[in-house]
Write a protein that binds this ligand. Structure first.
Ligand SMILES: *Cc1c(COP(=O)(O)O)cnc(C)c1O
Length: 373
């Protein structure tokens, strides 16, 4: 029996009655787009993040796009972000008409290196978009300090970081704008696509609400050209059910991560993510290990019945879609090394303890065999 990488069916089993009732409620009300369930979710998720406003949209990518527009980013601007991320981070910058500029990561944490941000700033730089990769917050105080000195907007890509803590606050309240994805496999996932932007500013929230709904301030009155980025009522209802469970699921992920770290502390042939220097509480969207012989390790684990993932195998700057940026191989050495060496182990709240031990054993056997060879 293969140990899956994630198991959304196991999660559904635990919430089946509640989710079914919530979905039926929407169908019977026929409020299929936005509507009361989405509005209630927006209030509840804003409160959860410690932000004043939440604007729900139809994906994390849409959230990033609108946050950039609301942050004043447009044609000719540059946005500093990372290349070691899901492609959507950089694609959204393109959607806004701007140019992504990549800062290398800190190899110990796989998060943006604040020291590299300063060096990437030009007179065109308009915003910085750190990614809370794998569910751990970037060093937002250090980033805010640089941004304030250069008059830049900061936008959190918190697509992997629902509930992640930073110095007693949560992702979604650490910058003027923050973006979440509710893609099914994320820590808080819809039953389809979904996303949201959180902000402190009422005016920004109003602009975001217009932008997600064809720029209209009231029905058929269009203040600007907007988008159809509305969230479905069914997704709002499902997300409300799941938000109530999120903290318990996060605690389970934290326990799994602690157990992995204990079991793999002295494993040969693999490295674990290093600690950050600031107070933080990660939510372990992904549990990565790093191995110079990553592809062999993945194959070994597959033969031992363990599914793995790679987040992400090709950095954004080396993707064909971004070739026009002219960033060549070798330009971001830590990002490129992470892409070559990273391997994601199974991680989800319902992961049984025995499976976790089986995964760790299989990883340790690979290291032991490699050491003998
Ligand atoms: C998932 C993800 C996104 C995009 O979200 P979608 O809902 O898939 O559009 C953006 N950034 C990061 C870091 C992600 O992991």
């Amino acid at each position: 029996m293969m140990i899956p990488f994630v198991d959304l069916k196991a999660q559904y089993e635990a919430i089946r009655e509640e989710v079914n009732a919530a979905v039926l409620r929407v169908i019977e009300s026929a409020q299929f787009v936005l509507g009361p369930e989405v509005e209630a979710f927006e209030r509840e998720f804003a409160a959860y993040c410690g932000a004043r406003h939440c604007v729900a949209v139809n994906s994390g990518t849409s959230a990033l796009h609108l946050a950039l527009l609301a942050g004043g980013v447009g044609a000719g601007d540059e946005v500093i972000t990372v290349s070691h991320t899901f492609v959507a981070t950089a694609a959204a910058v393109r959607h806004a008409g701007a140019r992504p500029v990549f800062a290398d990561i800190d190899p110990k944490t796989c998060l943006i290196d604040p020291a590299k941000i300063e060096a990437a700033i030009t007179e065109r730089t308009r915003a910085v978009m750190p990614v809370h990769l794998y569910g751990r917050c970037a060093d937002m105080d250090a980033i805010a300090e640089i941004a304030a000195r250069h008059d830049l907007t900061v936008i959190e890509d918190a697509a992997q970081a629902h509930g992640a803590g930073y110095k007693g606050r949560r992702a979604g309240s650490l910058a003027p704008l923050a973006c979440f994805s509710f893609y099914p496999g994320k820590n808080l996932g819809a039953y389809g696509e979904g996303g949201a932007i959180t902000t402190e500013s009422e005016e920004t929230a109003r602009v975001l609400r217009e932008l997600r709904d064809h720029g209209q301030s009231r029905k058929y009155h269009h203040e600007r050209v907007g988008y159809n980025y509305r969230l479905d009522g069914i997704q709002g209802a499902v997300l409300r059910v799941k938000l109530g469970r999120l903290d318990a699921w996060t605690e389970a992920r934290r326990a799994h991560a602690a157990e992995y770290r204990r079991l793999l502390a002295d494993a040969a042939g693999v490295r674990l993510l290093g600690d950050v220097s600031y107070e933080n509480a990660p939510v372990h969207h992904i549990f990565p290990v790093f191995a110079p012989r990553r592809d062999e390790l993945a194959e070994h684990l597959r033969r031992e019945g363990v599914s793995t993932g790679i987040h992400y195998p090709v950095p954004v700057h080396l993707q064909k879609a971004f070739a026009d940026l002219g960033v060549r191989e070798g330009a971001l050495p830590e990002t490129e090394r992470a892409a070559r060496e990273t391997l994601s182990l199974p991680m989800y709240a319902e992961l049984p303890r025995e499976s976790l031990a089986r995964v760790a054993d299989a990883v340790r056997r690979f290291g032991a065999e490699a050491a003998r060879a």
